[in-house]
Design a protein around this ligand. Structure first.
Ligand code: ADP
Ligand code: MG
Ligand code: MG
Length: 885
């Protein structure tokens, strides 16, 4: 049987279904689905994504048989519509729309009104008895087609249009007459001829195939490629092409077009939320050229007449469809509709993009409404999206100078320096600056700058404008349609009333209220109760993996506990050494000439370390705490600047030269692989002894005086051979027993190691004999497995990721095929010699959703991550259980 390349939909019958997104793309699959549940969808057909894949495989040639299939399906549409494509009296017009598997907003261009030429336009005039409409439709087609298919700069025609309006002394497109549009069509076409060197195609078949080819071609345009890269969409997926008979929202005041969400995509509130324009064609709403009107007054923000008031019957019908769609898809939908002469048509539905806040509210509400179950509710919120909610919002008590107010398009509160172009945003962000991208409106060419910016501010466009939709998708703060500002790219400044804000000035955006403020306004931490709390309860019910945190201070420990951390997976002791009041003692210890000198200095440090541990143990209230003994090379603690060296020499009563010599002696060529970790503990055992003593004394005192049962987990870093661990473990046990005997207290302490060198992973069976637990230090393990220094990787790693040499930055997302295999081997080997050995991960990967899922799959007991990522890891751990594998 020959492959089927084209799927028909129309009049209640469809060959496709919603489940066929891979083949038909999201748009095509849902047009088919809506058709078969009897929603009013203009008939049409979908050319499959396989055709796109074949097209690129066969050096941009269509598979055999495609043309015939397209013609046959076009005939079916003609029959249903009672019109003929290219017919002079009764012409069928179509739209050609791209649609990939995953929605790619604004990435590929749609062509409307296709099939118009100098002959068929007469048929449209005869049918519609509206010459003005017919020529308006025609000129729109010429504009879109010449841009998308013929590659002409759209400004050239836009320019001619502007000149026409000037000439005729009118401001709006809608003030132009039929004669004006007719004249413009002719002018447009000759401009096309002049610029492209080719006649604008009159033959509707040529137009159709030109458009289909352009959709497939757009799959490989730079914007689409960038979007795919940012969203991890493989190029092999391809796009489908939808050819659909046109309906017109621009045939008069009983016509309209709009977009809506079945619930508020910003807050998740359960009311019908949308915008529409009377007498307009689809692209007018998205382009943000005219200010759209609300479909209803539920949230009462707009003064403009609503669709509910203006077109009550169509509105009620749309409300009915809203209900049908939510029951059918069991998720919030993002829809596009058009009303032609009082008749409603559905043009698109898809699961709506939403903020994290909305995702949680919608999931919790839909479970309460009985639409979905708890597990589905948990899966509805993506772990990486949660990040948005875990960040600060504006401090309600902070003083703020509000410049103006736009639409609250995507929440969050951010400050940064004003820039006006996407390239600038990217360049400034590269050198570590925080910037706000300010534009009149954004377009797909700005994606890279939007990505680099902290937030986006536009002066034009609605809640469904490009800027708003893309920012919400990225989880980025956005204030859109801020009409109160006047952006001047030429002078690189914007005006708000009488205030001028220049490039480089700092402003603050509040994407939840739409406010734009002068200067940097302070923020407060996020709220973790309400719906968030309910969702996290479900999350904890389903996950197996425990989530701990990396914390070095009582404050961080407290924050992490509030985020739900179940212990500390990594407490780095060296951070405590840097504090102003102790660095002197630490330096004294490092620079001491002999054991005696070192012990004298260590005696000064021990009460401070003990105090640190008491603070942390107290916050963690008996939850496990893994403490890593000193890890970095000693010279990291020494002064580098001449004046600091002199000051230290003076206080140590040695000559600056003697001190310089000592510092010189401690210098290493490759400190990451140098005298650090357990190598220090073996050459200066008194350092580790002091730390173990501080840990155990803190634990004994709290157990004795405050009644917590504390289980310290003493962790020895950078072990490569078992003998290192064996000796250090013996030392540690000796100290532990001594301390416990002194206090007369028994503590269930553990002694384990970090697995962060490939040799340790490969000999994990031997190492496990001496270790009560393993904690995978996947930062160093990534460095040592790749032979890649993280500190030096900035010069080439971004290139590696951009050019697909690596799928992702291995320091962000665990390299499962390489580093991950070492982790897996070490787990398996470790278990062979120590049954039930405790296994965890403490690298930064512990807060990366896909890495967390990997850790679950290989059977780790816990992950540990920074406090702010704890809820993300908890949710990812629940997803690991619930997603079908
Ligand atoms: P995108 O994927 O960028 O949203 P669409 O294919 O949905 O592009 O089309 C853009 C706009 O054109 C939509 O707002 C839609 O309403 C309008 N449109 C598409 N096809 C038709 C049609 N057959 N009749 C009327 N309007 C259409
Ligand atoms: Mg659309
Ligand atoms: Mg390390």
């Amino acid at each position: 049987m020959a492959a089927k390349y084209v799927y028909f939909f129309g009049a209640g019958q469809a060959e496709g279904r919603a489940e066929m997104k891979n083949l038909l793309g999201g748009k095509g699959a849902n047009l088919a689905e809506m058709t078969s549940i009897n929603l009013p969808v203009p008939p049409g057909f979908t050319i499959t994504t396989e055709v796109c894949t074949e097209f690129y495989k066969n050096s941009r040639n269509y598979p055999a048989g495609l043309k015939d299939e397209v013609q046959a399906n076009l005939r079916r549409v003609e029959e249903l519509m009672g019109k003929k494509f290219g017919d002079p009296q009764n012409p069928l017009l179509v739209s050609v729309r791209s649609g990939a598997r995953a929605s790619m907003p604004g990435m590929m261009d749609t062509i409307l009104n296709l099939g118009l030429n100098d002959t068929t336009v007469q048929g449209i005039i005869a049918q519609s008895r509206d010459e003005r409409f017919a020529y308006d439709a025609y000129r729109r087609f010429v504009q879109m087609y010449s841009d998308v298919v013929m590659g002409m700069n759209k400004d050239l025609l836009e320019h001619i249009l502007e000149r026409k309006k000037e000439e005729r002394g009118v401001k709006l497109d809608t003030d132009l007459t039929a004669a004006d549009w007719k004249d413009l069509v002719a002018k447009f076409k000759s401009k096309v001829k002049e610029t492209v060197g080719e006649e604008f195609p009159e033959d509707p078949q040529a137009q159709l195939w030109g458009a289909i080819g352009a959709v497939f071609g757009s799959w490989m345009n730079p914007r689409a490629i960038t979007y795919r890269r940012l969203n991890n969409i493989p190029a092999e997926w391809g796009t489908a092409v939808n050819v659909q008979s046109m309906v017109f929202g621009n045939m008069g005041d009983d016509c309209a077009t709009g977009v809506a969400f079945t619930r508020d995509p910003s807050t998740g509130e359960n009311y019908f939320y949308g915008e529409y324009l009377v007498n307009a064609q689809g692209e007018d709403v998205v382009a943000g050229i005219r200010t759209p009107q609300p479909i209803n007054k539920v949230n009462g923000e707009s003064e403009l007449p609503s669709m509910e008031e203006v077109m009550p019957e169509c509105y009620q019908q749309l409300v009915g469809i809203r209900g049908i769609l939510e029951k059918h898809y069991k998720d919030m939908q993002d829809i596009e509709f058009t009303i032609e002469k009082g008749k409603l048509y559905m043009l698109q539905t898809r699961n709506g993009k939403r903020t994290a806040k909305a995702a949680i509210k919608i999931a919790v509400d839909m479970v309460k409404e009985g639409l979905i179950d708890e597990k589905t509710g948990v899966l509805r919120v993506s772990p990486s999206q949660l990040d948005q909610l875990l960040h600060p919002s504006l401090d309600p008590k902070a003083k703020k100078t509000v410049l103006c107010k736009g639409l609250p398009a995507s929440p969050g509160a951010v400050s940064g320096e004003v820039v006006f172009t996407a390239d600038e945003a990217e360049a400034e962000a590269k050198i570590g600056k925080k910037v706000i991208l300010v534009r009149v409106e954004t377009s797909p060419e700005d994606i890279h700058g939007m990505h680099a910016a902290q937030g986006i501010l536009t002066s034009r466009g609605g809640m469904t404008s490009h800027a708003a939709v893309v920012a919400r998708g990225m989880g980025k703060c956005c204030v859109a349609g801020c009409g109160g500002i006047n952006v001047d790219y030429g002078t690189e400044q914007f005006l708000s009333g009488n205030v001028t804000v220049k490039k480089g000035d700092i402003i603050t955006l509040d994407g939840s209220t739409g406010e734009v403020m002068l200067g940097a306004v302070p923020t407060v931490p996020p709220q973790l109760t309400g719906d968030f709390g309910i969702l996290m309860e479900w999350v904890d019910r389903y996950r197996r993996l425990k989530v701990r945190t990396n914390a070095d201070t009582p404050h961080d420990s407290k924050v992490a506990r509030e985020f739900g951390a179940e212990g500390i997976g990594l407490c780095r002791t060296e951070h405590m050494f840097f504090e102003a009041d102790r660095i002197a003692a630490v330096r004294e210890m490092i620079l001491a000439e002999d054991l005696e000198g070192r012990e004298r200095a260590l005696a000064k440090i021990i009460p401070m370390q003990k105090g640190d541990f008491i603070g942390i143990f107290r916050e963690m209230k008996g939850l496990p705490v893994t403490i890593r003994l000193l890890d970095p090379p000693l010279h990291e603690f020494l002064p580098q600047e001449e004046k600091d060296i002199e000051a230290l020499a003076k206080s140590m009563k040695v000559s600056p030269q003697a001190l310089r010599n000592k510092i010189e002696f401690l210098h290493e060529f490759n400190p990451m692989l140098g005298h650090r970790g357990c190598r220090l503990g073996l050459t200066y055992p008194e350092i580790y002894d002091m730390q173990v003593r501080a840990i155990m004394e803190a634990a004994c005192e709290l157990t004795k005086n405050e009644g917590y049962s504390i289980v310290p987990e003493i962790m020895i870093p950078l072990v490569a051979v078992v003998e290192e661990l064996k000796r250090l473990r013996e030392n540690a046990i000796r100290v532990c027993e001594e301390v416990m005997a002194g206090y007369g207290v028994k503590i269930d302490y553990l002694i384990g190691t970090m697995i962060e060198l490939p040799r340790a992973a490969l000999t994990a069976d031997e190492i496990a004999r001496e270790a009560d637990f393993f904690s995978f230090g996947t930062n160093d393990l990534t460095q040592t497995t790749f032979g890649l220094s993280r500190d030096d990787a900035g010069k080439f790693l971004p290139f590696y990721v951009e050019s697909n040499l690596l799928p992702e930055d291995p320091f962000v997302s665990l390299d499962q095929a390489g580093v991950g295999q070492l982790v897996k081997i070490a787990c398996e080997k470790g278990r062979t010699t120590r049954n039930g050995i405790k296994l965890g991960i403490c690298g930064e990967h512990g807060g990366d959703p896909s890495s967390v899922i990997f850790c679950h799959d290989i059977g780790l007991d816990y992950v540990s991550c920074s406090p702010f990522r704890v809820p993300i890891a908890r949710l990812a751990a629940a997803h690991a259980v619930l997603i079908a594998k």
